[in-house]
Write a protein that binds this ligand. Sequence first.
Ligand SMILES: Cc1cc2nc3c(=O)[nH]c(=O)nc-3n(C[C@H](O)[C@H](O)[C@H](O)COP(=O)(O)O)c2cc1C
Length: 207
Amino acid sequence: MIIKPSEASPRDIYKLMIGMVVPRPIAWVSTVSDDGHNNLAPYSFFNAISGDPPVICFAPSRKPAGDNKKDTFRNLEKSGVFVVNIVSEHLADAMNQSAADVPPEVDEFALAGVTPEPATLIQAPMVKEALAKMECKVRQIIQLGDQPTSGILVLGDVLCFHFAEGLVENFRVDPAMLNAVGRMGGNSYCDTRNRFEIIRPGVNTKL
Ligand SMILES: Cc1cc2nc3c(=O)[nH]c(=O)nc-3n(C[C@H](O)[C@H](O)[C@H](O)COP(=O)(O)O)c2cc1C
């Protein structure tokens, strides 16, 4: 079967993309509005894209109606900063609760039952219960289209990493302790418990 994007609706193309690009990591993004309201929402169009400089990206889509900016985007556009919290399995339900489409003044930390804690370098809250988090400064915003559901790519410089006690040894993150979840298509998720190793040809050191 061959499908060209021009031959299907944006909704169906979106379904194809989230079904085939799997599993996707989840950025649980926390921000604060200019009038002081905390915001928290999950974004699985997310990845790490550079180690030097350390840069991550994620992509909030425009909303189908209204002023069409998601709260996360509106906040980081104004403040220039955001935190990416990693979703471990014990936080999966809370992460899902925080995805509710609620007005900007509703604090999704309370909705999800997690605790805001101040970041060290930026004016944005972190999720206290998350085992790993990154304080980020907006590097670049790239508008990917002007249609109602078009994506917006946000690149962020990582200013500071936070790790729970025991999670990192010699700069290696313990995947069993982190126990991150990934997003599949629709409402399905995967865990990261079933791992295997493949040794790269000609590479002696583990990267
Ligand atoms: C696991 C998960 C991943 C999501 N990934 C994205 C994404 O990559 N881009 C996006 O625009 N919305 C994504 N959403 C939907 C947003 O979380 C949702 O629109 C949320 O209400 C946005 O909140 P905000 O307006 O407070 O930023 C995702 C939802 C879930 C549950």
